[in-house]
Ligand binder design. Sequence first.
Ligand SMILES: C[S@@+](CC[C@H](N)C(=O)[O-])C[C@H]1O[C@@H](n2cnc3c(N)ncnc32)[C@H](O)[C@@H]1O
Length: 249
Amino acid sequence: MNSSENRQKELLTKRAESIKSMFGSIAGVYDFLNALLSLNFDKSWRKYAAKVSGIKPDAKVLDVCTGTGDQAISYSKLLNGNGLVVGSDYCHDMLKYGLPKIKKRRLDNKIKLVEADTLRLPFRDNSFEISTVAFGIRNVADLEEGIKEMIRVIGPNGKVVILEFSQPTNFLFKKIYFFYFTRILPMIGRLISKSEVDAYSYLPQSVLAFPDRLNLKKKMELCGLEDVMFFTRTLGIVTIHIGKKPANP
Ligand SMILES: C[S@@+](CC[C@H](N)C(=O)[O-])C[C@H]1O[C@@H](n2cnc3c(N)ncnc32)[C@H](O)[C@@H]1O
């Protein structure tokens, strides 16, 4: 590794560490603020992502960047007794708030939580049928490497499902939404979370810096996925991308 590659690696590690501690600092209010700031739409987005994933009732699903486990919970509801969802996240505190929710819903036979970095997943190749992520891949320090890890752990013909914020397509709605998203939302987030790192200003900044729908599709294809398609929800506030791992990768 030459010195510029070393420098790049150091920057990515630093970014990953600061994102991890940011989520650690808001873990206790994360679910409440999600529901409040999305006017409770977040639940229907995750439910829809699970529904369009093509999940079979006995599937093994990996939900990376699972946070407090809401996307894992949505998938688990579509499984029978043979199916399993593994939720992984590198932020211990986010998982800590997820575990009691899973137990309370008596889903602990269907969901297992694992502390792990999405860039170094502790699973063998081809271990799952679906790997999924909700509002998480935008935060992974190296987007392409994150997608490649998600592909590595699924079998041939497996699916990668990415639910992420996106930019609304309607001009007028986009103006109104952006005013809310970049001005009002950070203010409410700051007041309620009392987070010193200003996680709720980071949210719109990271969404604006994230590839748009077509570019994300291209990136997924470059990473090796095929038949990549996407669905927008709620006037384009969020988009779900789904790609298939080739039968003979
Ligand atoms: C916005 S939250 C999303 C949580 C959850 N998926 C949801 O739908 O609410 C983003 C999560 O990604 C996690 N994360 C970011 N980078 C990660 C990485 N490299 N490895 C594992 N988790 C990561 C954070 O710890 C955080 O819990």
